[in-house]
Design a protein. Structure first.
Length: 499
């Protein structure tokens, strides 16, 4: 996507941090930390260098939202909040086309926010709150402080010298996890989160937004926790949302209240997809994602029928071999593979791609443990294994879990009770489950046929065949032939997992 880089006037506060304790009625004592302090092996310039290198690596691992409207909207809010922060930092915000609820804040000012997190915002001010929180992490230099402490725990006190030498900063980062999405500087301590909340709320107020908007974001995440697994994972890695909500409300008593909108255009930002389904695993193509709140439809182009001629595909790691129609192109991103005909991916109004025809192959690890999956399957009518008399094992539980994740993110799809059918996939026991419903994205009846097969580690490999409208029969026949041709090299998979 095209991003906006903006450098604010003023200077980055350095040296001893300034704390302003805030009293209030009920709620925890809140202190606003306005500058970085404490142990840090990196210079401000090295923060920026590390951030640029990490951004390059992260963008190899994720798919970005390509909508120019989204880029302009986020860039404009960034400029408003950055100016209010008074920090001389080149903040750059990009949106990740993922239903995960997450925020990646890189040292030096590069920020990545997922579509799943943006979808939880109910106003422009709430989007600004998410960005202000991220910008506060950058100003307080939490990322490289965290990496410094992680390095010290590994290398000992003897490693404190010599950081200024060429390449030393990069060596330290590589020691504690490298530059990708699992880098040490992307994980913050609970105290870091509270500090970024408080300073971010002050940035919001100074920019003219209502700081209560940040509390509203946490209130939404708290309410949605039980319904959406992606938010549950967010909560597991962060302080309690209720606690953060009350702290911000307490702090807002002494901050200037402002508006919900400054830039304008929030109503055109159709982030109504929420967390995407587990089917949508390949960044290059996504399954139809969203909720029934999406009322706009896109036109489906004429898509050629699946060719009767099939071509063999083997992934570079020699784990998966599968035959596909010769007029379906293969795409791969990590462990995910997608096979899509010309016109099989359409662009929604918000710029997000939606798969309307094709097949995805990927591995899946259940979100829920066996007790949760068993209890949930007994209370939800669409779970395919709710019958107590049916023998259950890891394959049944994982398939059941995957079906629920798909439906929770694609609210128009349903899978009738007892809809799972036994299958033989690559010579081993498997299942198929058929889901269907009228897609609010295309306005047509959509059918997703899910096939699963167990892997040695109690995970599963799945194939999701997506078809819509009159093409359902021919596409499903092609997908059935693809499933029959699938071969999994379990020994290659074990080698890949060890590395």
């Amino acid at each position: 996507m095209t991003s906006t880089v903006w450098t604010a006037a003023g200077a980055l506060l350095a040296g001893v941090a300034a704390f302003v304790p805030v009293g209030g009625a009920a709620g925890a004592q809140v202190a606003i930390k306005r500058g970085p302090a404490g142990f840090n092996l990196f210079t401000v310039q090295q923060d920026a260098d590390i951030g640029r290198q990490a951004a390059t690596e992260i963008e190899r691992q994720v798919a970005l939202v390509t909508s120019a409207r989204t880029a302009q909207f986020l860039g404009s809010i960034t400029a408003v909040v950055a100016q209010a922060s008074g920090a001389r930092i080149a903040f750059e915000v990009k949106a990740i086309n993922s239903g995960d609820v997450n925020l990646y804040v890189l040292p030096g000012g590069q920020i990545y926010v997922t579509r799943g997190l943006l979808s939880q915002a109910r106003s422009e001010a709430e989007v600004a709150a998410v960005l202000a929180h991220a910008m506060a992490h950058v100003v307080l230099r939490h990322g490289t402080a965290r990496a410094s402490k992680a390095y010290l725990s590994k290398a000992g006190l003897g490693a404190l010298g010599g950081l200024g030498k060429s390449g030393a900063a990069e060596r330290i980062v590589n020691t504690v996890g490298g530059f990708g999405v699992n880098a040490a500087f992307l994980a913050f301590a609970r105290s870091d989160e509270y500090e970024a909340d408080a300073l971010g709320a002050e940035f919001l107020s100074s920019a003219g937004y209502d700081p209560v908007a940040m509390a509203k974001v946490f209130a939404t995440l708290r309410r949605e926790k039980a319904r959406l697994p992606a938010i549950e994972r967010f909560h597991a890695a962060h302080p309690p949302a209720a606690d953060r909500e009350s702290r911000i409300l307490n702090l807002s008593n002494v901050l200037r209240h402002g508006r919900a909108e400054i830039v304008g255009g929030f109503s055109r930002m159709r982030w109504r997809g929420g967390p995407t389904s587990a089917v949508a695993a390949a960044p290059v193509v996504k399954t139809s994602s969203g909720t029934v709140e999406i009322r706009s439809t896109v036109s489906i182009p004429d898509i050629p029928a699946p060719s009767p001629e099939f071509t063999r595909f083997t992934d570079p790691d020699a784990v998966v071999t599968i035959d596909h129609p010769s007029n379906w192109g293969p795409y791969q991103a990590g462990a995910a593979m997608s096979f899509v005909p010309a016109g099989g991916v359409v662009e929604r109004e918000d710029g997000a791609p939606s798969l309307v025809q094709g097949l995805i192959v990927n591995q899946y690890e259940p979100f829920e443990d066996d007790v949760e999956r068993w209890n949930n399957s007994l209370t939800r009518h669409y779970a395919p294994f709710e019958d107590r008399s049916r023998p259950r094992g890891a394959l049944e539980d994982a398939t059941d879990d995957l079906v629920r994740q798909i439906i929770s993110a694609n609210a128009w799809l349903t899978a009738p009770a007892r809809s799972a059918r036994p299958e033989v996939v690559d010579g081993l026991r498997g299942y198929s489950v058929r889901l269907s419903g009228r897609s609010p994205i295309t306005g047509k009846t959509e059918r997703v046929t899910l096939y699963t097969r167990a892997l040695p580690d109690d995970h599963i490999i799945y194939m999701a065949c997506v078809a819509a409208g009159r093409a359902v029969s021919s596409v499903e026949r092609a997908c059935s032939r693809m499933v029959q041709s699938l071969r999994i090299n379990d020994s290659s998979l074990h080698r890949q997992q060890r590395h």
